[in-house]
Design a protein around this ligand. Structure first.
Ligand code: ZN
Length: 432
């Protein structure tokens, strides 16, 4: 089981957790009402005032915040303390529309880093470890978050940032990195490079903490085998702080949510009705400790399931499943809902690597979907008849999974462009 970073909090009873959440929620709603005219307006519209909120049971009375609200109130509309109290901003990558700018007080930064520290401890980290942070540094929260968490645990921290793979491998070998933190697609890229150079047995890596993009169980097995490590998932959003909102424990069966800082709800994304634990729906978070950027009932767009069954690791905080897709990422092809993660599952099950691309287009008013995937050393062929056979096999598996036909193209190893940040898996030409 190992040593917990904050045993008293992480193994509190459900009653203690709910009492704490209720107290903090009441204070946070008052803070938002007093300091965020935008949110106060939303509350007034719904006819609810701070006096109506006496505990967690009243949460459902409060209005939601969406990414669109953050855009409308950009850049200061959700900053709830004077600028002189803020010490940092971080920002989303802004792939769709305006970036979100999140503000932090020093205490907000401390709490965030504490959450990341818990994730490192849960992955087996102690002050004896060398933490190799290959998430991007800068506005992106990945690098700064795990970096701060690593300091808090007392690990030797290597602020590598992403890119420059040669240097990554050299430091990994020369300084004996034991825990790697980066996006799962970059972990896979590093794994390929390490195995190509044949230096795996010269490394001391034992664990990895990977997040910031969706990845499947098959991809986990791929990375674990390739690097000879245990690969742990971590979840977070810039809007809520960054990575560390939830993290995996030794069980690797879902991520414990740091419920002393966040209240999680699952709602039906269409009706907005709150669903019980165990039901699949959209994840909604309320941050109850953040001062500078206190989001109440923030709709994450991530589709997942919450699980409050007892975890053998001893932690009592509820677990969230890996997001099964984002309502934003969901593609509607020929009227059918398609999540890229479903396609990835099929490809990895059939022994392909996760170097693939999905191209959606519309030809003569009909949607088309093409899945391009690289062959690898184990299944490579240059016999056209053989390739057609292999493509048909993928096609049938995709049809079984998705219920629609797709064009499948097997391409040569390393012909799909690699990414050192977030991988570009989907190209939707219908939107161009
Ligand atoms: Zn656990």
């Amino acid at each position: 089981m190992g040593k917990y970073y904050q045993q008293e909090i992480e193994t509190a009873s459900r009653d203690q957790i709910i009492t704490r959440q209720s107290e903090l929620l009441v204070k946070q709603v008052r803070h938002a009402w007093d300091n965020l005219p935008y949110y106060r307006g939303k509350m007034e519209e719904k006819g609810v005032c701070p006096e109506d909120i006496n505990g967690i049971d009243d949460l459902k009375k409060l209005p939601f915040i969406t990414k669109n609200d953050l855009r409308l109130a950009y850049p200061y509309g959700f900053r709830a303390v004077p600028e002189s109290e803020c010490v940092r901003i971080q920002s989303t990558s802004g792939t769709t529309g305006k970036r979100v700018i999140a503000f932090y007080t020093q205490s907000d930064v401390d709490l965030w880093e504490e959450c990341c520290a818990r994730a490192i401890v849960a992955a087996g980290g102690t002050k004896e470890d060398v933490v190799h942070v290959s998430y991007g540094y800068g506005l992106f929260t990945g690098g700064m978050g795990l970096h701060g968490g690593s300091h808090k645990v007392g690990c030797l921290t290597l602020p590598m940032s992403s890119g420059n793979t040669e240097r990554q491998l050299q430091f990994m070998e020369d300084l004996g990195s034991t825990i790697l933190c980066c996006t799962p697609s970059y972990a896979q890229y590093l794994s390929e490079a390490i195995n190509e150079k044949g230096i795996k047995n010269r490394l001391r890596l034992k664990a990895g903490i990977f997040g910031a993009e969706p990845w499947s169980e098959e991809m986990r097995r791929d990375i674990e085998a390739g690097l000879g490590i245990r690969a742990y998932d971590i979840y977070g959003l810039t809007e809520l702080s960054g990575p560390g909102v939830a993290f995996e424990c030794s069980q690797q069966t879902g991520m414990h949510i740091n419920e002393d800082h966040f209240i999680a709800e699952i709602i039906d994304p269409d009706t907005e009705e709150v669903l019980p634990y165990g039901r699949k729906g959209e994840l909604v978070f309320t941050s109850i400790t953040k001062k500078a950027f206190p989001l109440i009932r923030y709709r994450t767009r991530d589709i997942c399931v919450l699980n409050d069954e007892k975890c053998p690791c001893g932690r009592t905080h509820v677990k969230m499943s890996k997001p099964m897709g984002r309502s934003d990422d969901m593609l509607i092809v020929k009227g059918v809902n398609v999540f890229p993660s479903q396609i990835e599952t099929v490809l990895l099950e059939l022994g392909y690597s996760s170097n693939y691309q999905i191209v959606v287009d519309r030809v003569n008013l009909t949607d088309t979907i093409e899945v391009r995937v690289e062959m690898n050393a184990n299944n490579f062929s240059d016999d056209l008849g053989m390739i057609t056979k292999m493509e048909n096999k993928v096609l049938q598996a995709l049809r079984a999974m998705l219920g629609i036909g797709a064009k499948v193209s097997l391409v040569a190893p390393k012909s799909i462009q690699r990414s050192e940040g977030k991988a570009v898996r989907v190209i939707d030409r219908r939107k161009i």
